[in-house]
Design a binder for this molecule. Structure first.
Ligand code: AMP
Length: 124
């Protein structure tokens, strides 16, 4: 399987600085910014800086340093938002992938949703 990355996707443009974003955290390997259409009081997207379409793509082809950097960034975002289990009320993390995952933007992103209950895992 070959993953085809479209470098004109909106998150690639954000990474290149062509489109503004509401940054929560930037590290060597990840960028976190607020979702433009928040579904919960706290709704942040965390993306790796590398060109990965989806989580499976990233899991198979990213380097160990990229995977650690991205994962640690998610932990830091949870701390920044105050949703960590050790200090807050928790969160829902979602990574939509491909057609059946109903992924709109073809650059890997995880949604961190908090500030109120995320409700049941799947509604329909
Ligand atoms: P997904 O369906 O998992 O691909 O989610 C894509 C998410 O990106 C949606 O929640 C959108 O609201 C969000 N989004 C799209 N464009 C932007 C943008 N320019 N800045 C922040 N979030 C965005």
């Amino acid at each position: 399987m070959t993953y085809i990355y479209d470098n004109q996707n909106i998150f690639a443009k954000i990474l290149r600085g062509e489109i503004p974003n509401d940054t929560v955290l930037e590290t060597d390997h990840a960028l976190a910014f607020r979702d433009i259409n928040a579904q919960r009081p706290l709704h942040v997207l965390v993306i790796p800086k590398g060109s990965y379409v989806s989580f499976d793509h990233f899991a198979k082809e990213a380097s160990g340093i990229e995977i650690i950097g991205f994962t640690r960034a998610i932990g830091k975002v949870c701390d920044i938002l105050g949703v960590s289990i050790d200090a807050g009320d928790g969160f829902r993390m979602i990574a939509n992938s491909g057609e059946h995952g109903v992924q709109e933007v073809p650059h890997l992103h995880v949604h961190i949703l908090g500030g109120s209950s995320a409700g049941r895992m799947i509604q329909s």
